[in-house]
Each structure stands twice: as C-alpha cells, then as structure tokens.
Design a protein around this ligand. Structure first.
Ligand SMILES: Cc1ncc(COP(=O)(O)O)c(C=O)c1O
Length: 375
C-alpha cells in the first residue's frame, strides 16, 4: 500500500463546493487586495489564537521578516535561534541584515537549548527566536525568563504550531510577535503561500500594518521603507473555508500520534517523539529518532514499502554553506543539532490517514530488519 507523507487533496477536496463558492465570491466582488475577506480572516484567526491582533501576510518567511523589521532589529544585531529548524527561521534574520546566532537544541523536544543560548550572548544580542518545532510549544516560561534576564525581544516562530499551547497560552501570544505559515503542508494549509503575524501590542501592529504595505501611511507617503507582504483576498477567502475545520484536523493528528505511540512503543531501537507536560502538541510532524546509525537504511526501507517519509532536517543551519562566514560564536557547539540531523525521520501523520494506511506504516516500521540494527 502507498502511504504518502501528506495528501492535501484528501483534506481539500471534501470542501470543494465551499472553496469554489469562496473563490467565486471574490471574483464577483472584484476586490483582490485587502478588503472584507482579509479582515474577516484576520479577525477569525485572532479569535482562534486568543490574541488581540492578527495580520495576514504573504508567507511564513515574510511574517518573520516583517516582525523583525517592526521590532526594529538593525544590521549587525544578533538574534539567537535554534540550529535545528527550517532554513527560513535564520534566512529571515539574515535578510534584514542581522546575524543569526545558532544555538543547540534539546534531543528530547527539539527546542532551543537555553544553556547553549546563554553561552552565545554578546553585547549585540537583541532578540531570541524560539521555534515551536514539529507542532510542540517550547517551554515558554523558562524562555521568557531568560529573555527578561538578558533584555531580549522574543519572536516566536509558530510556522509549524498553529493552535499549540504552553500552560494554556497559545503559540504566538507569549512573545512580542508570533509568525505563522499557511504553506500547504502546515496544519492550516492554504492554496499556495501565506502567513500571519500576531501581537497584543497596539503600536507594533500599527507598524506592521504600514511595513506590510511599503511603509505607506497615508497613501503615497512613506516615513520608512517596508515591502509588499500582503496576502491575496483569494487566499484569505479560501483559508476561511478551512479555518472552522481546524480543531477536527488537530484531533485527527492527535489521534494518529497516539496510535503511533501505542503501536511503536515496543521498538526499542526508535525514540518516539514525546509530548512534554503542560504543553499541547499539534503534530505537524511525527519525528522518530533512529538509533545506531541506521536512519538512512531505515528511510530506504520505508520508501521500498511505499511509505512516505522525509528528513526534517538533514543539515543543521550552522553547517549550511551560506552561513560559514558568520562569527565563530554563531557556528560553534551545536552537537545535538548535528546528531539529530543524522538520526531523525518523519512519517505520515496527516489527519486523513485511513486505519489501513496507519497499519501499513506500523507494519513497515516493525518490519525493519532488527538484526541489522545491532550488527
Ligand atoms: C519553522 C519554520 N519557519 C518558517 C517557515 C517559513 O514559512 P513559509 O514556507 O510559509 O515561508 C517554515 C515553513 O516552511 C517553517 O517550518
């Protein structure tokens, strides 16, 4: 049986009539930039996340760039971020002229390690960017305490974690700004690129509104240079069709994660992902750690059995070619990130997986020749 890593059509096609209705509503209105659909999506997202302001933007990457610009990060400022994350986290820092300073991560929940961060603070450090990787919130109490102690701004990279929470507070409401992605593989996947920024800060949102549209206010007057970070009305209207179904999608992912936890517990050569106390997990990925250096053979085995899988992420960011000129403290000692990049593999977790598909995944995992693990 073929089990893809993700099947966007299985989620979107049942909504086809409503999606076509939304599409045709926008075509009929002739309003393609800004407008009612955008404002409604922003209101609905703010309500769901439990935040005062939500602004739609053109992608998760642009959400990060816009947030960093609004937080007034300057060229040469240093921003602490994990080495084990998607490239955009650090790419956004670099794009505004700031310096990504890579921190090691925890092998237990993949989150930024504060001990590593503490060892990399300099007088130029201005901001810390926790990434709620794979859908699980970082322990934000400790992180916020650390940020306060070192007088750092906090930008949450929530691209993979819409709806996740720590101690009852959702991702995107705990730092100064949260940045989300609607990339099709995310838990609220759109129909192309899209993103969102969130904040409770009235002044910050005013600045983000301006910067999203070339720093313009009023029309054709520019007190600062922004960009075009707007999300199309069409995309907003389509996302609004999916938003009411979000809790069902999340439940589906949680059920699948629980099924995997129960079924794979006996595989002592695998470390299963752990949900930490006091946190809700939205399982954007179900990421296994394969012990004893067998990850690549395990990947081949799954692919031979028709099971979709992917390595998130094969190269930690402090090892990426484009960052090798960064200051030495940014690139040193991210040993856990390096090991994880050799050991992790993600398996299908999307909510529409059928029981047969899940069983096929379990059977394929368990069939991996054990002897070769210990050879
Ligand atoms: C952790 C993380 N940050 C940022 C992004 C960037 O989002 P986008 O692809 O919407 O630009 C992504 C998604 O791809 C991501 O996984």
């Amino acid at each position: 049986m073929i089990v893809p890593l993700l099947d966007v059509n299985a989620q979107n096609h049942p909504l086809r009539a409503d999606l076509e209705g939304a599409f045709s509503r926008v075509i009929t209105s002739g309003r393609f930039i800004f407008g009612d659909e955008m404002e409604a999506l922003e209101r609905e997202c703010a309500e769901m996340i439990g935040v005062k302001h939500a602004l739609s933007v053109s992608s998760g990457t642009d959400a990060l760039i816009l947030a960093l610009m609004a937080l007034d990060l300057q060229p040469g400022d240093e921003v602490l971020c994990p080495s084990f994350t998607f490239f955009a986290t650090a790419g956004a820092i670099y794009r505004i002229g700031a310096i990504p300073v890579f921190c090691d991560v925890s092998a237990v929940d993949f989150s930024l390690c504060l001990k590593s961060a503490a060892s990399k603070i300099t007088p130029r450090t201005r901001c810390i960017m926790p990434v709620h990787l794979f859908g699980q919130c970082v322990a934000m109490d400790e992180l916020l305490e650390f940020a306060k102690a070192h007088n750092l701004l906090v930008l949450e990279d929530c691209a993979q974690a819409i709806g996740s929470s720590f101690a009852g507070k959702q991702a995107g409401v705990m730092g100064q700004v949260g940045a989300f992605s609607f990339f099709p593989s995310k838990n609220l996947g759109g129909f192309g690129d899209g993103g969102l920024v969130t904040t409770d800060d009235d002044a910050l949102v005013e600045r983000m509104i301006r910067l999203r549209n070339h720093g313009m206010h009023p029309k054709y007057y520019h007190s600062e240079v922004g960009g075009n970070f707007r999300l199309d009305a069409l995309q907003c209207a389509l996302l609004r069709v999916k938003l009411p179904h979000y809790s069902r999608y999340m439940e589906g992912r949680r059920d699948n994660a629980q099924f995997y936890q129960e079924s794979l517990g006996s595989c002592d050569w695998l470390t299963l992902p752990q949900q930490m106390p006091n946190r809700s997990h939205t399982w954007n990925q179900f990421t296994l750690i394969v012990q004893n250096g067998q990850r690549d053979r395990f990947k081949q085995h799954l692919m031979d059995r028709g099971i979709g899988c992917e390595i998130y992420y094969p190269v930690p960011l402090h090892k990426q070619e484009c960052f090798q000129h960064l200051p030495a403290h940014s690139l040193r000692e991210c040993n856990v990130a390096e090991s994880l990049s050799q050991q992790v593999i993600s398996i299908p977790i999307y909510p529409e997986l059928s029981d047969e598909q899940k069983s096929a995944v379990i059977a394929a995992v368990k069939d991996f020749p054990r002897n070769e693990i210990y050879e």
